[in-house]
Ligand binder design. Structure first.
Ligand code: SF4
Length: 236
């Protein structure tokens, strides 16, 4: 469907601050999802996690992530490694090409960036296998830039809250990205991106749990269907 709504129409009169605060307050009050890559700001660890997580569930990746970084703790050791010891672990998880990608990336970082993972978006995205999402995740989680993360999870939240149709191209939509940028809490960008990911996993799931939602009074999808949802809630 052709996207005809522009950003100023979408956020006009919308309580961005309350929504931003609602999501962050919710995150501050619940148990966070714990993953080893959330405990670090080391750009190599963030980059490795994001490459492994691409289209793969987090719980499938944890062991491989730990094995990989124990064996190859820095860019040099990855660049100088040859397919061997760890490949079988990657192969049995169906992720062998991720190992190859990490290796090519490390070689490239050594050759062009003197072994340092770059901070500039254009440099990051020029590395093998680094998408817009991965470059933004490394910049935010490692270096503290307020970059937004547009994926199926955040698209689902924005589409519902702002009443926008969600299509296959929404992940590349400047409208969705612009709204997320307006919503971003720049002073707590790392927390805010983690909060959105947890909110998408725990509350605004594909099958949403509206009754636990801290921002439902600002959610256009909820408001449009409120009577139906309230009826469902009352009837159990
Ligand atoms: S009210 Fe429902 S659809 Fe809207 S943001 Fe909350 S959980 Fe998602």
């Amino acid at each position: 469907m052709k996207q005809t709504v522009n950003m100023s129409q979408s956020i006009k009169d919308y309580p961005l601050q309350e929504t931003r605060n609602g999501i962050l307050s919710w995150w501050d009050s619940v148990e966070h999802r714990h993953f080893p890559w959330r405990e670090t700001k080391d750009p190599l660890k963030i980059l490795a996690a994001e490459i492994l997580l691409h289209r793969t569930r987090a719980d499938q990746v944890v062991t491989l992530y730990q094995l990989f970084l124990k064996k190859y703790p820095d860019i040099n050791s990855i660049a100088q490694s040859s397919p061997g010891e760890l490949v079988e672990s990657f192969r049995s998880a169906g992720l062998q090409w991720r190992w190859e990608l990490l290796h090519s990336m490390a070689v490239d970082i050594n050759a062009r960036f003197n072994g340092q993972i770059p901070q500039r978006f254009d440099d990051l995205i020029s590395l093998p296998g680094v998408s817009h999402y991965i470059a933004s995740a490394v910049r935010c989680f490692s270096f503290g830039y307020p970059d937004v993360l547009l994926d199926t999870n955040t698209v689902r939240i924005v589409g519902r809250v702002f009443g926008l149709p969600i299509t296959d191209s929404s992940r590349r939509s400047t409208l969705f990205r612009g709204i997320l940028e307006e919503l971003m809490e720049k002073e707590r960008c790392r927390d805010f991106n983690f909060a959105l990911l947890d909110f998408a996993a725990k509350v605004c799931r594909p099958k949403p749990i509206h009754e636990q939602c801290p921002i439902k009074k600002h959610c256009k999808f909820y408001k449009l269907n409120e009577l139906k949802f309230e009826g469902i809630l009352k009837n159990g």
